[in-house]
Every structure is written in structure tokens, then in C-alpha cells.
Design a protein around this ligand. Structure first.
Ligand code: F3S
Length: 677
């Protein structure tokens, strides 16, 4: 006789939570009362009564006692009445029901018409209507929905144990009766799961046993569901109720399920009986569902294993089945649901149906719930990822969160990191606040595995990156190469140029072919220039660069630029006893002999010109080899005077022209005799 037990048979999360809490109180030896029977199971109720947890019918009977609110919940007025009676209240309302209350209250507060789909007399529905300030319409069928008046804005929700198939039909009818219908399906998935499993098992079984209290709507519904599929279905509260004929039918496949208020003990009792029967049954080829070699203990272990299968610290994947204001309920497989408190949630937008990874914090939080944490899983993963990067010597990305004493707190992938002020930058940091909200590339420099904290440095990242840049720049550099750079700073002796992560110096003498007083005469900070690598001293890390080397040399084509006879402008830059040096362009000076500085004879050069004067000079001779240019101010003046006369239509007297030529010849002779400029 193969026996198949539904995975979700027995207590649901809400009921288990309530029963465990009551048992814990009884174990402490405290007396208490429950407002109504704690669950729809007479054995459990009697057992609790014997241990001092007594059901009462009204708040007045509970006066002054510790009062347990069952998973169905109660109205706010009832809670108030209990308070008035001086009761200490332990509210064991199932979180799913609590959510239903919240939906009801919010809908009414928003001025919407509230429709509760469920049994009007069911305590859960009564409680829900109370949370809606009595302003709810309760319906249980599509026909009732069709008869409702037109509603502009309505919200529909359901008793948590309402059959899902009927809900659909009712909502379809309500859509036709409302301009704007908010559909809040509050049917508990535990009920739905249980019903689905019952249907499936009933379909493949020859007989079904439904274990549970006869007054439990949930158990009755299970029974009806199974019976409709498998006519040989019985409902029993205790194992003793199993008819002998039913039990002794050795050849049939038996399915078993239990209502949400059926205690594990009752379920085990039935399983034990059926196992006994099976053990007395001669072997048949159909007994594979219970391994032949498995004894009673093994089989019971199998049953137990569906009840508790977790250990603290274990990571499991669960499905979110309810999202409440304070906690989220997650089904973590089989018949196990667990609670995540809001503080233990890392994903704030979690919604029903989401699959999330959670860690088992406590197998039993004292109220019969498995306590779960999503944050622990996320934190652990974040820490592991961070440590992997740390061990690999990789940098991490963080965001500055808060300036604290001595540094900055940063979030590094969900892990808190402290960055000391001295490690925030490679320079002095004036305001730590400037780093708050900023993305930071950091290097972990210290780890506290126990406290799961790290110390990180941005300065180290900057230093290492600069080192790497320098090394790469040195790799690229070679003497003679022409490279692009940016002028970073100027000094008395030249300009420092960044050539890709490393600075080289252009000495002031290498800035220009001409005479340069200050580097700023040639370049400015921030200016981008091409430079030639003149010398590399890898040992001392010095780079000598040249700028003028990339400029044309002024003497190279001086004879073309300044042909003899041309009159050009220049600046007197130096005066000697034998003449004045006139700069035609940077790096190109010519000499005006003392005899050529003025049309008149002068005793000394300064009588004609001074340093800084801008003068017109005539090019007398250019020697590019010897780098000499002879110039004449006097002839320039005379030529210009003659040009003026010609322009006025006057002939130059023959004698005057001859005299000028003679003077020129003399001047040349004098210049030849002059020392080199
Ligand atoms: Fe709660 Fe669902 Fe049970 S609503 S009491 S967990 S059936």
C-alpha cells in the first residue's frame, strides 16, 4: 500500500506560529487565554486548555489576563476592549491577515468602496470588516458581485483561505460593476498550494485521507476537493477514526493531506497507523513509495524531514509570498515559510513572486517561525567579492558616504570602508566633505575579518598610477625623439614640460635661438608644445628637452630674408665703442658701425642711438658662414630721403650721388676693420 503525503500537509506558517507561541507560554508555566479557540483543532485546543491556555469567548472573560489573538486576527475595537479589560495582549494575527487588514483600512481611508470576498461569519472576515471601520461589502459569489450597485472606485480583497478559482469569477463580475477596480488578491498561497497538491494526489490515488478538524473551513474545503476527484476520501481528526476496512485495504494507493490547523502530532499518528498497516501487509510490487527496507523510524524521519530541514547560516532560495509593512514572508521550500524583518531586507522593492536568496538566521525565532535574512546573504557576497579583489591586489570602486573624525566612510560594494584623511589624496585635503557622494577608486590596505571592516586608501591608488604612468613614459622616451608635452611650470632656468606622466626640463637656453630673459617670453604654463628629447638620465630620472631645436635657425637663410640693399626695421640691443648691434629677429643681430649710425659724424654711438631704439637699417652685407650682418642707419636714411625726392619728381644731383657712393665705400672699409660682433 503506497502512501503519498502532501508536502504542504499540516500547519501553515500562521497557525504554526500561533501554536508555538502558546506552547512556549504553557512551558513557562504561565496561564493565559485565547480569544476564541486558537485553531480549529479540538485536540490542540484541549491540550492547551490542560496546560493553562484557556479559550474565552469575549474580552470581558479575558479581564486582566494574558490574551492571545489567534491567527485570524480581530477588529481594532476588540483590541481596544481587551485593553480596557486590563489584558496583556499577544497578537498572533498571521502576517498575511495583517496585510489584509492594512489593505482594507487604506482602501476605506482613500474613499474607495471596499469589497471583501469571503464568508461573512468567518472570524477573519469579521476582523477585516472591523479594520475597514465596518464600511466593507462582503460577498462570496459572482452572482452577489453582479447584483452590486455601480461603484466608481472600488478595492477588492479576499479572505486568505478563499478558493482561488472562485475569486477569478467574482473579480471578473466586479470589473463590470466598477469604473476603477483595484484588485488585491490576498488569498494565502499556502491554501492554494495545499489545494493544488490535494487535487494532484487525489487524482493519482485510489483513496484519500484528509486529516484535520471538522470545524476547520480549510480542512473541509480540502476534503471536498479531494472527494470530488477521488470518491473514496475520508476526513479524520484522529488516527483512531480511520475505518478498519479502509486501513486494511492493502492493494490501494493511498494519498494523505491535512488542513492548515492539523498539528504535526495528528499527522504523525495517522502516518504511524498507516505504516503499521503497511508493515503488516504482504509485499506487493506497489510498495515502492515507502522503501522496503525502511522501518518505522526511517519513515517517520522522512516525514519529519519535511517539517524541519534548515540550519542557521544556511543559504536557501525562497519565493516571496507576502510583503508586509514590517516583514516579508518567504516560502523556502516544502511546507516551510520564513519571515524577513524589514531591517534584514536588502532589496526594498521586493514583491510577491520574487525569488530571493536568504540566509536562515534562526530555525525557530521563539514563535515558531524560521527567521531569515536577505541582508546577510548580500553582505556575505559583497564581502567575499571584496576579499577576492583584495587578495588579487585589485583596486575597488567606492562612494564617499560620510565625513567622520579622522577620515571618510565609504561604501565599497555594500561593505563599509574607512579612508583616513591622510589617504584621501596625494596632497593635503582641506575639506573631507568634498569627497562625500564622489566615486572613488580605492586600494584596501587593512582588513578586519571579524568586524568585516576595511581601511582603504585613495592616495595609494594615485601613487601607484603615477608610478605606472612614469614607468610607461620612460619606456616610450628615447633621445632624439620629438614628443608632445604640456608646459607645467616655469622657473628661472627654464620650463618643465609634462611628456606623458613625467616632467622634463627645457633649459632657458634651449627655448629659443634668440636671447631670452625669462622662460615666459617663449612659453606659458598649460601650453601644448612639441619638444625634442636631448638627453635622458635614467639613473637620476632627469629628462633634458629642447624647444628651439625644433624651430628654424635664423642664420640658415638670413641672406635670403635680408638681401643686401634692403631696408628693414630692427631694435638696438647693444652698444659698443665701434657701433650698435641691431636685432632683426630673435637670434639674428647685425652691426651698425659708428660711421653708419648717423648721417652726421658722431663722437660716440650713444649720440645717435640708444638701446631699445627701433631703427631703420639698410643691409650692407650678409655673411651666413661667419654669422655677420653689416647694417647702416645712415644709408637707410639717405635712401629714404632720396625715395622721397623721387616721389616729389626731383633729380638727385650727380655730385651728391657720387659723394654718397664714396662714403659707402669708406664705411665698408671701416667695418671690415671692426672687431667681430
Ligand atoms: Fe496565515 Fe495562510 Fe495560514 S493566511 S494562517 S499562513 S493559511
Amino acid at each position: 500500500m503506497p502512501l503519498e503525503i502532501a508536502p504542504h500537509a499540516g500547519f501553515c506558517m500562521g497557525v504554526r506560529r500561533a501554536v508555538k507561541a502558546a506552547e512556549a507560554i504553557a512551558e513557562e508555566g504561565r496561564r493565559a487565554c485565547t480569544l476564541g479557540e486558537l485553531i480549529h483543532n479540538p485536540q490542540v485546543v484541549e491540550d492547551l486548555r490542560a496546560r493553562g491556555i484557556v479559550p474565552v469567548a469575549a474580552p470581558e472573560e479575558a479581564a486582566g489576563q494574558l490574551t492571545l489573538i489567534r491567527s485570524h486576527g480581530v477588529t481594532p475595537e476588540t483590541l481596544e476592549a481587551l485593553r480596557r479589560q486590563g489584558c496583556e495582549i499577544l497578537d498572533l494575527t498571521c502576517p498575511f491577515v495583517g496585510r489584509l487588514h492594512q489593505i482594507a483600512a487604506e482602501a476605506v481611508a482613500a474613499g474607495r468602496t471596499l469589497i471583501v470576498v469571503g464568508e461573512r461569519e468567518h472570524p477573519e472576515v469579521i476582523g477585516t470588516v472591523g479594520w475597514a471601520q465596518g464600511k466593507a461589502i462582503v460577498i462570496a459569489s459572482a452572482e452577489e458581485a453582479e447584483r452590486l450597485p455601480w461603484m466608481a472606485r472600488a478595492t477588492v480583497c479576499a479572505q486568505t483561505t478563499f478558493p482561488p478559482d472562485r475569486w477569478e469569477a467574482i473579480v471578473a463580475a466586479l470589473r463590470r460593476r466598477s469604473g476603477e477596480l483595484e484588485e488585491r488578491c490576498t488569498i494565502c498561497s499556502a491554501t492554494e498550494e495545499r489545494q493544488r497538491e490535494a487535487r494532484d494526489i487525489a487524482a493519482r490515488s485510489d483513496a484519500m485521507i484528509v486529516v484535520g478538524g471538522r470545524h476547520s473551513a480549510n480542512t473541509r474545503k480540502l476534503y471536498e476537493t479531494c472527494r470530488a476527484i477521488c470518491p473514496k476520501t475520508i476526513l479524520v481528526e484522529r488516527a483512531a477514526e480511520i475505518p478498519p476496512a479502509f486501513a486494511n485495504n492493502s492493494s490501494e494507493r493511498i494519498g494523505m493531506t491535512a488542513g492548515a490547523s492539523t498539528p504535526d502530532g495528528a499527522l504523525k499518528e495517522v502516518v504511524t497507523i498507516m505504516t503499521d498497516i503497511e508493515n503488516k501487509t504482504p509485499e506487493t510490487p506497489e510498495t515502492q513509495a515507502i522503501p522496503e527496507e525502511a522501518g518505522e523510524n526511517d519513515f517517520m524521519k522522512e516525514v519529519e524531514s519535511t517539517l524541519v530541514r534548515f540550519r542557521p547560516g544556511q543559504t536557501v532560495v525562497g519565493k516571496v509570498i507576502s510583503v508586509g509593512a514590517d516583514e516579508v514572508i518567504v516560502n523556502i521550500g516544502g511546507k516551510s515559510d520564513g519571515l524577513i524583518r524589514v531591517a534584514d531586507l536588502s532589496q526594498k522593492d521586493v514583491k510577491e513572486g520574487d525569488e530571493i536568496e536568504v540566509e536562515v538566521v534562526k530555525v525557530n525565532d521563539g514563535e515558531g517561525n524560521v527567521r531569515l535574512s536577505q541582508r546577510n546573504v548580500v553582505n556575505r557576497k559583497a564581502w567575499e567579492a571584496l576579499m577576492a579583489k583584495y587578495n588579487a591586489g585589485e583596486y575597488v570602486e567606492g562612494v564617499g558616504k560620510e565625513a567622520v573624525k579622522g577620515g571618510l566612510l565609504a561604501d565599497v560594494g555594500g561593505v563599509r570602508a574607512f579612508v583616513p584623511a591622510s589617504h584621501l589624496s596625494n596632497g593635503y585635503v582641506n575639506k573631507i566633505d568634498d569627497f562625500v557622494g564622489k566615486d572613488l577608486k580605492l586600494k584596501i590596505i587593512e582588513v578586519d575579518e571579524k568586524k568585516k571592516r576595511v581601511v582603504a586608501s585613495r592616495r595609494e591608488v594615485i601613487r601607484e598610477e603615477n608610478e605606472a604612468k612614469k614607468a610607461a613614459a620612460w619606456e616610450r622616451l628615447e633621445e632624439g625623439a620629438v614628443i608632445h608635452g604640456i608646459v607645467r611650470r616655469l622657473t628661472d632656468f627654464g620650463a618643465f614640460v609634462d611628456v606623458g606622466g613625467v616632467d622634463g626640463l627645457v633649459h632657458i637656453t634651449d627655448l629659443s635661438w634668440g636671447r631670452v630673459k625669462a622662460a615666459s617670453d617663449v612659453v606659458k604654463p598649460g601650453q601644448e608644445i612639441d619638444v625634442k628629447v636631448l638627453n635622458l638620465d635614467r639613473e637620476r630620472g632627469r629628462i633634458q628637452l629642447g624647444y628651439k631645436q625644433l624651430q628654424p635657425k635664423p642664420w640658415d637663410n638670413a641672406d635670403e630674408k635680408y638681401p643686401e640693399g634692403a631696408i628693414v626695421e630692427g631694435k638696438v640691443v647693444r652698444i659698443t665703442t665701434f657701433g650698435a648691434f641691431v636685432e632683426l629677429e630673435p637670434g639674428l643681430d647685425g652691426l651698425v658701425h659708428i660711421t653708419q649710425v648717423s648721417p652726421n659724424r658722431v663722437a660716440k654711438v650713444e649720440d645717435a642711438v640708444n638701446v631699445g631704439d627701433i631703427v631703420h637699417v639698410k643691409v650692407l652685407h650678409v655673411d651666413t658662414e661667419a654669422k655677420r650682418i653689416s647694417l647702416s642707419i645712415r644709408q637707410a636714411l639717405e635712401d629714404e630721403a632720396m625715395d622721397d625726392l623721387e616721389a616729389e619728381g626731383l633729380d638727385l644731383p650727380q655730385e651728391a650721388a657720387e659723394a654718397a657712393e664714396a662714403v659707402e665705400t669708406v664705411a665698408e672699409a671701416v667695418e671690415e676693420a671692426a672687431p667681430e660682433a
